[in-house]
Design a protein around this ligand. Sequence first.
Ligand code: PSU
Ligand code: MN
Length: 312
Amino acid sequence: MANPMGGTALPDCSAEVREALAAGRPVVALESTIISHGMPYPQNVATALQVEGEVRAHGAVPATIAVVDGRLKAGLSRAEIESLGRAGPSVSKLSRRDLPLAVAAGQTGATTVAATMIIAALAGIRVFATGGIGGVHRGAGESFDISADLLELVRTPVAVVCAGVKSILDIRLTLEVLETHGVPVVGYGTDRLPAFFARDSGFAVDARLDTPAQIARALQAQWAMGLRGGMVIANPVPEAHALPRAVIDGAIEMALADAAVQGITGKAVTPFLLARVNELTGGNSLAANIALILNNARLAAAVAGELTRLGG
Ligand code: PSU
Ligand code: MN
């Protein structure tokens, strides 16, 4: 039997995820690079489990996604989450191009937004919550460094609920790429694209939608037309946890300078910048990071619920 992407491979779903999908109940995909590379241990494991709890508390089943011993997984055990979190950045970071190689070699790795979208789509999951997506890096005119996350949003039908785009990236160019390829960027309760730690990046979104039901209807309309891609659902960090622009901008400038001096390139760039910004901003940014992920998990659960009510 063909999977939804036209191939034959299907992910291993946890019993809970399998039963929910079979019964048409809402499921929310969660990524694992945020666990291994996005936050320090042990807060990464505690947060991953808390995010799963938040999805459940809002009526959906969480499916944390990774590759374990060469198997595509949708729904990790506590022990698997603990092991990815403990291993941290020593775990492979798997994006689209890494997936076939990891499967063939029987490897274990954490999935980026792109790879998580692929495995979610294979499992039949349509809504995904994370912190921030990858995008066009500053200086991409020279480096050509554009995250595979953007091209995955172009071709894979999964809605990504995030807190916008972190300003380690060139936000203007990231929006241009999404526009060129026809990926809608929606603001939840806002006209402004959030910039992860900040509620306003200085750029507008394509549309403001104020309820999960409106978001679900937009997704249903997109997929009913046969437009295959995803959608960015940008959900601003809760007011109480937003960080001042000056604090963040200073840390980002320093992190970018350090990356240039150390000659960091390729898939190492984003994890390096994330870790450096986390170090430089300390506990405040970690608290904001946790708060915004929980906030995204709640919205994603509500959107997934509305989507199942629409029969999507
Ligand atoms: N941006 C964040 N937090 C993250 C990431 C990006 O603010 O954790 C991670 C996600 O897993 C994302 C990946 O998919 O980095 C993008 O990496 P790259 O730029 O190499 O495609
Ligand atoms: Mn890159």
